[in-house]
Design a protein around this ligand. Structure first.
Ligand code: NAD
Ligand code: UFG
Length: 345
């Protein structure tokens, strides 16, 4: 069974590659490497001792994308490829809309042409905007608040529209909450370019001494200690969720949406404490103004994924922090400093 992973060289994509290869799937990765390194795929290949067919192709390049479908018999697609930085999406909205939405349209057109009609799509909890209540259910109101979030919301709608006249399509839309952590080997992890926007890579870079101190964006939210609360999920649990979603799209037609989270929220201060406990590193911090666009609390109700996909997140917050730290400690400069010579293909 061959699975095409768009954006498969990225953070969540590489962790999913590992789980798919370990489960016996054949994988084909497409990535333009705009936010990733081929070294990450080499690590996947080394860790699994399996080959990966890799195409350095942009989703917007319809000709080369179509060639991948001509050259391979593809059973299903997991569509990770996309730009994901909220702030950048506000600065360059057309770039975000074009990359994420046009890229998805081209992909779906070619899938339709080649009769590949099983798709797992990476959506995000960001489509819930400012939640009216928590936990958040799949049918809670949707309201993205920035161009990035709107690309996810629009793609979700495109996929639902695609299904209406094409009931032989099988589509799983996965709304991820906050993925953190890394592969337990310490060889794969999140490798943000420049100063991290997200909490965990910022903390680990303070831990390693690349950054001085964490800036906590506000301590006057209506939460347990005033700092923002999120549903952090270990990236390996998230990767395993894709295997379950894949089984679902292999077996039953339809388009359906699933929250992938743990169902439990942690505040920024709780994350700092958990990280300090497992890493034995002190994380100095200061409280600064709220970050525009941030919400107080966000966590999932993940019952649907449990009941319909048979999936549940198993790794706890300490394991998430320990694996994030293990990755950062062993790769202080991310893939730039990772040593490997194994060639894929
Ligand atoms: P990532 O940036 O590490 O991976 C995305 C990959 O897509 C990158 O390797 C990038 O080079 C590639 N890509 C982007 N545009 C492309 C294009 N036009 N053609 C080919 N390749 C392209 O991000 P990630 O964290 O692994 O996220 C994967 C998906 O999950 C994204 O769609 C993201 O929006 C979504 N998501 C991520 C998070 C998160 O916090 N990490 C949360 C919710 C949803
Ligand atoms: N935070 C800080 N300091 C930092 C970074 C973050 O205090 O330097 C706080 C934020 O205010 C928030 C929490 O840490 O309370 C988490 O922030 P992240 O930036 O790590 O994550 P967000 O919940 O803001 O957003 C992330 C992705 C979105 C995605 C969303 C849900 O960036 O794209 O998770 O999946 F939509």
């Amino acid at each position: 069974m061959a699975i095409l992973l768009t954006g498969g060289a990225g953070y969540i994509g590489t962790h999913t590659c590992i789980e798919l290869l370990n489960a016996g799937y054949e994988i084909i990765v497409l990535d333009n490497l705009s936010n990733s390194s081929v070294k990450a795929l080499n690590c996947v290949s080394e860790l699994t001792q399996k080959n990966i067919k890799f195409y350095e192709v942009d989703l917007l390049d319809a000709t080369n994308l179509e060639n991948i479908f001509k050259e391979n018999t593809i059973d299903a697609v997991i569509h990770f490829a996309g730009l994901k930085a909220v702030g950048k999406s506000v600065e360059t909205p057309l770039h975000y809309y074009h990359n994420n939405i046009t890229g998805t349209l081209i992909l779906c057109e070619i899938m339709q042409r080649y009769n590949v009609k099983r798709l797992v799509f990476s959506s995000s909890a960001t489509v819930y905007g400012v939640p009216k209540s928590v936990p958040i259910f799949e049918d809670s109101p949707l309201n993205a608040t920035n161009p990035y979030g709107r690309t996810k919301l629009m793609i979700e709608e495109i996929l639902r529209d695609l299904y209406i006249p094409n009931e032989d399509w099988n589509i799983a839309i996965l709304r991820y909450f906050n993925p953190i952590g890394a592969h337990p080997s310490g060889r794969l992890g999140e490798d943000p370019q420049g100063i991290p926007n997200n909490l965990m890579p910022y903390i680990t870079q303070v831990g390693i001494g690349k950054l001085d101190k964490l800036k906590i964006f506000g301590n006057n939210y209506p939460t347990i200690d005033g700092t923002g609360v999120r549903d952090y999920i270990h990236v390996v649990d998230l990767a395993l969720g894709h295997l379950k979603a894949l089984e679902k799209v292999m077996s039953s037609p339809g388009v359906d949406t699933y929250n992938l989270g743990t169902g439990r929220g942690y505040s920024v201060l709780e994350i700092v404490e958990a990280f300090e406990r497992v890493s034995k590193k002190k994380i100095p911090y200061e409280i600064v103004d709220r970050r525009p666009g941030d919400i107080a609390t966000c966590y999932a109700d993940a019952t649907k994924a449990k009941e319909k996909l048979g999936w549940i997140a198993k790794r706890d917050i300490e394991e998430m922090c320990a694996d994030s730290w293990n990755w950062q400690f062993n790769n202080p400069n991310g893939y730039e400093s990772s040593k490997n010579i194994h060639l894929i293909n």
